[in-house]
Write a protein that binds this ligand. Structure first.
Ligand code: PLP
Length: 397
């Protein structure tokens, strides 16, 4: 057995890691460097949309790597326009900007909102953000994040954020009453790191209406809940609304680093040459990954699969665990599922890995499942078969 645990003396100590290293994968299955197999119910935190070694994606990426990996935004990158056109088609919005990560997409959204304000003569624009939100770990995005653990030690935080609770339109109105400096409302449709906390459909519709009435931008962070995971392209589409600004990343390139911010008519022309940019964003490899990922998702009907298998998995977990003492609630939609227990359950991550299943625990007490969108019913059964006894055991301790 290769020893992993204490094997990183030169790497910064930024992660509490599971003591395994993955060597390769096939579909929803991965193997570690000792040859042990695991069922992947995490997909690299909602990144490996198509699972591992997808037979349609891999040859396309090999072809791209052999042609050109990176060129520069000094030049046109044809697949930027192709991917932007596809994102526009599936979102009902108008233009996209490409970057490489989720926090970068959110930084771009925050900059858009601030310039939207400045263009209207608002000198100190303010953005409404939410309790338990997660938007990334840059200084601006950690300031927008609603988690003291993420913020502690990194002050002074960036100003210009007003924080409100989820799903409470009265609280949103009260917190912004008479405030002429508000420019945007910014949230995740289903909070990921915060514990799989969904915004209610009617709340989404109420906020859309309020943003229209007040002239604010509605900015929806779909970095984790987007890209087909809930059974629609974007989770807010269940409410029949369209945002003004939508940051994307994680699943968009099925493993290749990629981010995007998609904008509707109110926000599409705010940035002018010189206002924003990035070296890696939109490079030929990432764009090919995005174009092919979306094409394969459509060809293989993965939105339908996410809805079907996700519903099946949630039902099976509810049947097995719903009435167990200490099991509080199951939340989420499609292949984005959280199970809240009445106690911290971080120990489940290693125990599940030992038993051959990759999962995560977030917000201390929430078991989180984010399988690849190719997950099958048989794999859902296998996942429940491994996970349910572990959850019962930890609840009984
Ligand atoms: C992961 C995540 C981010 C940050 O993305 P990075 O690529 O890690 O910077 C932002 N918002 C949400 C909702 C996320 O889940």
């Amino acid at each position: 057995m290769a020893l992993i645990e204490a094997a990183s003396p030169h790497t910064m100590n930024t992660y509490g890691r599971v003591p395994i290293a993955l060597s390769h994968g096939q579909g929803s299955r991965v193997w570690d460097i000792n040859g042990k197999p695991y069922l992947d119910a995490l997909a690299g935190i909602a990144v490996n949309t198509l699972g591992h070694n997808h037979p349609k994606l891999v040859p396309a990426l090999q072809d791209q790597i052999a042609k050109i990996i990176h060129s520069s935004n000094y030049y046109h990158v044809p697949n930027q326009e192709k991917l932007a056109a596809k994102l526009v088609e599936i979102s009902g919005m108008t233009n996209a900007f490409f970057c490489s990560t989720g926090l970068e997409a959110n930084e771009a959204a925050i900059k858009l909102a601030r310039k939207f304000g400045h263009d209207k003569g608002i000198e100190r624009p303010q953005i409404v953000v939410y309790e338990k939100a997660f938007h990334g770990r840059s200084i601006a995005t950690l300031s927008a994040t609603g988690n003291e653990k993420v913020q502690k030690g990194f002050g002074p935080l960036v100003e210009g954020f007003i924080r409100v609770p989820l799903n409470d339109i009265g609280a949103l109105k009260a917190a912004t009453e008479g405030n002429k400096d508000v420019v945007a409302v910014f949230f995740e449709t289903i909070q990921g790191e915060g514990g799989i906390n969904p915004m209610r459909i009617e709340y989404l519709q109420q906020v859309r209406l309020l943003c229209d009435q007040r002239g604010w931008l509605l900015m929806i962070d779909e970095v984790q809940c987007g890209m087909g995971r809930t059974g629609k392209w974007f989770a807010h589409q269940w409410a029949g609304i369209v945002p003004d600004v939508m940051p994307l990343a994680k699943g968009l390139g099925s493993g290749v680093p990629i981010g995007a911010v998609v904008a509707g008519p109110k926000a599409a022309n705010i940035f002018q040459p010189g206002n924003h940019g990035t070296t890696f964003g939109g490079n030929p490899l990432a764009m090919r990954a995005g174009v092919e990922t979306l094409r394969i998702m459509e060809e293989d009907r993965l939105l339908q699969n996410a809805a079907e298998v996700g519903g099946y998995l949630k039902d099976a977990l509810t049947r097995e665990l719903g009435s167990v003492k200490g099991f509080k609630e199951i939340r989420g939609q499609g292949l984005m599922i959280g199970m809240e227990l009445d106690k911290p359950c971080g120990a489940l991550v290693n125990r599940a890995a030992e038993a051959g299943l990759l999962i995560s625990v977030t917000a201390d007490t929430v078991v989180r499942l984010l399988p690849p969108l190719i997950f099958t019913r048989a794999e859902a059964d296998e996942c429940v078969g491994i996970l349910a006894p572990l959850v019962k055991a930890i609840l009984a301790e």
